[in-house]
Ligand binder design. Structure first.
Ligand code: DC
Length: 218
């Protein structure tokens, strides 16, 4: 039987990865967080002071090894053998990631990883261009969006750090959406055949319900 691919694309901080993990656990599929690949690569490149202004040589990309392991509903990310699961969620990586994710050579690197993962198992993947570019023939495609203010408030609660203002999170989210959706290569946009869900007024369980319903109906 062919692998099932469930693509969950959408704006930043709309709960894509929370939903993708829940669905993967529910159906006993594997899970890949495409944004986490871009984040881990960004972490490596900023640690090495490699600017996003120039193209990144293959010799440097070949030194980056990112492993994702999904067990018991949670995802662990290793960068060259070091656990960076939490580090890649920090403000610095979040602020820089869209600049690196615009680059074709970095996108090709991530596409390769994702397509290799799909060879061996059914997958749930969240990102920006999974249903449009990486897996245009995905079995199911979803697109999540929400009001930026609500997304910022939810993210603020999640990070639980009073030194970070909700307004700066909102600004970072809007900037990221803008770069992601206006870039030339693989911009953030809904695939024509994706099912759109506005999650502004829905809680985690309500969104999950909608996704499962749609998957079970087809
Ligand atoms: O899903 P996330 O917020 O962790 O993603 C981080 C960044 O990576 C996002 O701002 C843009 C980029 N990204 C992308 O360009 N394409 C994807 N499929 C996933 C993420």
């Amino acid at each position: 039987m062919d692998s099932i691919i469930i693509a969950i694309d959408g704006q930043a901080s709309t709960g894509k990865s929370t939903q993708a993990k829940k669905i993967a656990k529910y159906f006993n599929y594997n899970y890949r967080d495409s944004g986490a690949y871009y984040r881990a690569i960004t972490l490596y490149l900023i640690q090495k002071n490699i600017s996003s202004d120039k193209s990144i040589p293959e010799t440097i990309l070949n030194k980056i090894h990112v492993e994702q392991s999904f067990e018991e509903g949670s995802l662990k990310i290793d960068l060259n053998g070091i656990d960076v699961t939490h580090k890649i969620r920090g403000f610095k990586v979040s602020s820089y990631v869209s600049k690196y994710a615009k680059k074709q050579e970095i996108r090709n690197f991530v596409y390769r990883q994702l397509r290799i993962s799909a060879e061996s198992s059914s997958l749930v993947i969240d990102g920006r261009d999974i249903g449009t570019v990486v897996f245009p023939k995905a079995t199911f495609k979803f697109f999540l969006l929400a009001d930026p203010k609500i997304r910022a408030q939810r993210r603020h609660k999640q990070i639980n750090d009073l030194s970070v203002k909700v307004e700066s999170i909102e600004k970072e989210i809007k900037t990221r959406d803008n770069i992601d959706s206006t870039r030339e290569i693989a911009p953030l946009k809904k695939a024509d055949d994706a099912f759109e869900i506005d999650v502004s007024c829905l809680n985690i369980e309500e969104v999950f319900e909608k996704l499962i319903q749609k998957i079970n109906l087809q």
